[in-house]
Ligand binder design. Structure first.
Ligand code: SF4
Length: 682
């Protein structure tokens, strides 16, 4: 048995350093690396089972060719050469007839490695195909909101929490989604009595352990932040010196916006008690180094950008952005200045037709001149994760669409493919990683032999590039040499990484030694007033107004959707582990007892969730951790496990106010019993 130092490649801010225990090329177990300061010797409950994921009997082991109707999941095994020849012959024919825009590469984040993720993007960049505007299902709204406010720069170092005297988890269930930061914060609470505040529409595991929990109404975070600013100003707790020195436009916000957000009005909007709002403001205003951990969930609705931007402005009023242990943390990746273009953009046109990640269904069904005729999906499962998921499936069912899916499992999307290619997991590949929620970088070495004939995303991108006649050097380099390309022209701490230590698998700390939060906005200051937003016709100052479409939907439908990662099935990447599936239970939704009683429903009932877009079936749980008027659907689960469909079939593909992101939580619906006799056959 040997131990190999690897890195967790799941889409998670912590980027744990792991030890893989391997016997004769077979992965036996993974555990958190005890020598990594942030990982601190533990992986999360999901990844502790990654040996089961890698060795799952459900893995795709050979290339497959469709042998039945699209979506049927009927395939025949073929050889790699046959598969790659067929893919590239079809692409060449389509490009010859319709041009490269008729092809779309659709690769995303299920493998976080910079090589495995990046080189697939590089392949399609070099081919000059239609290009994916990636991440709109996830973080483009929050990133855009942060960028116009703070600038494209990383936020506070989570490890600076040892200097914090207050942590606010704002819309983030840290005990589920950021477990290493949560562990550090809890340690500070135990050692020094540092209070933790949780602001979340759901009484999460984190909320249950908080010193103060504020059960905010969905979509009202901006109002709460403005209400807190109102109190800080009223009580003389605003840091006037910092405001004058490091911020832009606060005077106008103070004059025109803050008077509207009295504690009473803030309470009315947010559904919180005035006393709790006052308590939060007093705790925040009197803290010397309060750290706000910003969650992305608050941005997945119509006014999501405004929400995140407003909360991110709070440390500008308190001046905590200037203090070690204070400020705000959304993401850190923007401050890892590697030369990503070397992998992602080796050649190809500077710009081309864009396809928004969340509107794949529309693109497949409606795009013309040319229509999308070939689709390549990797590390991504759009028939489950995209809003209007039924549209995605209609598009994937097009007989004239040539679809290739490269994945370790036969996902709902892969079932529609013409060719399925077996993908190696992160434990079966070499790659370079940098965290997006901490300041660490690490080389992850291949630990186990790939199962069956699985090949890495990086390897397949190179094989396809060669067959397509691309000559860029990066398509010929072995992984370590390709990784070195990322350092050419890199700046900052990442550029200084000792290559010997890096490739020996040592974690490299890449935190900047900033005296305070830098701002990379056009003014170089924290922008309460944003000219960039004004130019886009968006409100330049933070504010809260009711979204008119949401208001109209709320009149029509009694329940609002809340989505959150499931504890054991965060998304479909973990669905190949039967133990985790069982721990999570059959795909479910949760209603408050009052809403369940009103509909004559009880826990364990099979229910129909429906709105104008369609209906899906889940099992009901009843729990007062969910507010009345809300239905929580945790995780994203394969259709084969649900009673029927996927929750994203009920979500519209409307954009957020900033970053053209997805508005899952702007969904309104109702729930009713669903007897077997009324259900459609799957
Ligand atoms: S906490 Fe995140 S990074 Fe760490 S093992 Fe779990 S999924 Fe991976």
């Amino acid at each position: 048995m040997k131990s190999v130092r690897v890195v967790c490649a799941h889409d998670c801010p912590d980027m744990c350093s792991l030890i893989a225990h391997v016997d004769d090329g077979k992965l036996v177990r993974v555990q958190g690396d005890p020598d990594h300061p942030y990982t601190a010797g533990f992986a999360c409950g999901k990844v502790n089972r990654d040996a089961d994921l890698v060795n799952s009997p459900e893995r795709v082991l050979t290339p497959l060719r469709r042998d039945g109707p699209k979506g049927s999941g009927q395939f025949k095994s073929i050889r790699w050469d046959e598969a790659l020849d067929e893919v590239t012959e079809r692409w060449k024919a389509i490009i010859g007839e319709s041009g490269p825009l008729a092809v779309l590469g659709y690769a995303y984040s299920a493998h976080q490695g910079l090589l495995n993720r990046g080189l697939v993007l590089g392949l399609f960049h070099a081919l000059g195909t239609s290009r994916l505007q990636a991440g709109t299902v996830c973080d483009t709204c929050c990133e855009t909101a942060w960028d116009v406010t703070v600038g494209p720069v990383g936020g506070a170092d989570p490890e600076s929490v040892v200097h914090s005297d207050l942590v606010i988890a704002w819309g983030a269930d840290l005990a589920a989604t950021n477990v290493h930061f949560w562990a550090l914060a809890e340690e500070q609470k135990k050692k020094r009595g540092m209070p933790i505040v949780v602001i979340d529409p759901r009484r999460t595991r984190s909320a249950k352990q908080a010193d103060l929990y504020l059960p905010i109404r969905i979509g009202t975070d901006a109002a709460l932040a403005l209400g807190v600013m109102h109190i800080l100003v009223r009580d003389g707790l605003a840091n006037r010196e910092y405001i004058a020195r490091r911020t832009l436009g606060f005077d106008q916000v103070e004059r025109e916006i803050l008077p509207k957000f009295t504690p009473a009005r803030t309470a009315e909007i947010t559904g919180l008690a005035v006393a709790d709002i006052e308590k939060l403001a007093a705790m925040y205003g009197r803290a010397k180094a309060a750290l706000i951990r910003l969650g992305e969930g608050m941005t997945r609705l119509a006014q999501g950008g405004q929400a995140l931007r407003t909360v991110a402005l709070l440390p500008g009023v308190s001046g905590h952005y200037d203090v070690k242990g204070g400020g705000a943390l959304l993401l850190t990746a923007a401050s890892c200045d590697l030369n990503y273009a070397a992998i992602r953009r080796p050649s190809g046109p500077a710009s081309t037709r864009l396809v928004n990640h969340l509107r794949l269904g529309e693109a497949l069904l409606e795009m013309r001149d040319p229509p999308i005729r070939a689709l390549y999906v990797s590390a991504n499962n759009p028939s489950v994760t995209c809003p209007e998921a039924h549209k995605v499936r209609q598009g994937l069912a097009r007989e004239d669409l040539f679809t290739v899916v490269h994945d370790p499992f036969l996902t709902d999307t892969a079932r529609y493919a013409d060719i399925v290619l077996p993908a190696a997991s992160y434990l079966e590949t070499d790659d370079l990683y940098r965290a997006y929620g901490a300041y660490w970088m690490q080389w992850g070495q291949q630990a186990a032999k790939p199962r069956g004939e699985a090949r890495s995303n990086f390897d397949v991108a190179q094989a396809l590039a060669k067959r397509m006649g691309l000559n860029d050097r990066v398509f010929t380099l072995p992984p370590k040499e390709a990784a070195l390309e990322l350092f050419k022209g890199a700046t900052g701490p990442a550029a200084q990484a000792n290559r010997e230590k890096l490739f020996a698998g040592e974690p490299i700390h890449i935190a900047h030694d900033w005296p305070g939060q830098p701002f990379k906005t056009p003014s170089g200051k924290l922008e309460f007033y944003s000219e960039q937003l004004a130019k886009q016709g968006l409100p330049p100052m933070p504010d809260w107004t009711e979204d008119p479409i949401e208001a109209a939907d709320a009149k029509k439908w009694p329940l609002r959707l809340l989505t959150a990662p499931g504890y054991f099935q965060a998304h479909t990447a973990f669905s190949g582990v039967s133990f985790l599936r069982q721990r999570e239970g059959k795909p479910f939704c949760i209603l408050n007892p009052a809403d369940a009683a009103q509909r004559g429903l009880k826990a364990g009932d099979t229910v129909r969730l429906f709105n104008d877009r369609g209906e899906i079936g889940l099992v009901l749980q009843v729990n007062d951790e969910i507010q009345p008027g809300v239905v929580l659907v945790p995780g994203q689960r394969p259709t084969s496990e649900t009673v029927s469909g996927t929750i994203n079939m009920l979500c519209s593909d409307r954009y957020t106010d900033m970053g053209e992101g997805a508005t899952y939580q702007s969904t309104w619906l109702d729930i009713a019993p669903w007897p077997v006799s009324d259900r459609p056959s799957q």
